[in-house]
Design a binder for this molecule. Structure first.
Ligand code: SF4
Ligand code: SF4
Length: 233
């Protein structure tokens, strides 16, 4: 079967070109990319590490949708390109530095925590803790596409994880950090939730953060006021 890969090299003219390759059937996309590299074109560049859907390093777009190359099975006519929004370094390799910086800006880490957490409390933040930083949610986010200062889905999901952590004593400080270029800028389109390979729901987490922010006295500048989603904290 044939698949197409969007190639990119900053020093080529033109820098972007679509290349078609013949690959065997029944392969994962990552296996197909290795096959191309080993048998047809050694210059093809892509990222991979664990090969088992754990590290998140092989995320790409296939036919316009974010996928982990190690989990996706290739089909005839597939079109493979790098994640969008983030900068492309070479072929399918992208630069995560800018989006990773949003984790720091959003205080998506413990601030002042006391010890001890019940099993039930741990379950509340279990899903968010599964994020593998694959960046698929950023690639799919229409707000991040137009505003690179937007904190973005995985940073907000992590901020939620720490803001509702029962051990955290500075919950308001977490909210203060995600008001500007954060929770109110999200259009709640749900793209991030659709593409997440870990079944994390950043859209829902952002709605919960909006509710928390309302209870700390913040108002949604787009809607005047925002309702509560029944969150206790
Ligand atoms: S729901 Fe919000 S964060 Fe998620 S993709 Fe849409 S705009 Fe971006
Ligand atoms: S929230 Fe999901 S899509 Fe976004 S980086 Fe984490 S694992 Fe990937």
């Amino acid at each position: 079967m044939k698949i197409k890969v969007r190639r990119y090299h900053p020093h080529f003219e033109p820098p972007t070109i679509d290349m078609e390759y013949e690959v065997p059937e029944s392969l994962t996309l990552l296996e197909a990319l290795h096959h191309i590299k080993q048998t047809k074109d050694r210059t093809l560049s892509f990222s991979s590490m664990c090969r088992s859907g754990v590290c998140g390093s092989c995320a790409v777009r296939v036919n316009g949708k974010e996928e982990l190359a190690c989990e996706y099975r290739v089909k005839e006519g597939d079109y493979v390109e790098p994640l969008s929004v983030v900068d492309t370094i070479r072929d399918l390799i992208v630069d995560f530095n800018k989006s990773l910086h949003s984790l720091q800006r959003s205080s998506a880490y413990p601030l002042k925590m006391h010890a001890g957490m019940s099993e039930e409390e741990e379950k509340l933040i279990e899903r968010q803790s599964d994020c593998i930083l694959c960046h698929s949610c950023y690639s799919s986010c229409p707000v991040y596409e137009t505003n690179q200062n937007f904190l973005g889905p995985f940073a907000l999901t992590r901020a939620y994880r720490y803001a509702v952590d029962s051990r955290e004593e500075q919950k308001k400080a977490h909210i203060d950090a995600i008001v500007m270029d954060g929770i109110w800028d999200c259009t709640l389109c749900g793209n991030c939730t659709t593409v997440c390979p870990q079944s994390i729901d950043p859209k829902s987490d952002i709605m919960m953060l909006q509710s928390m922010a309302s209870r700390f006295g913040y108002t949604n500048p787009n809607m005047g006021s925002f309702g509560s989603f029944g969150l206790e904290f």
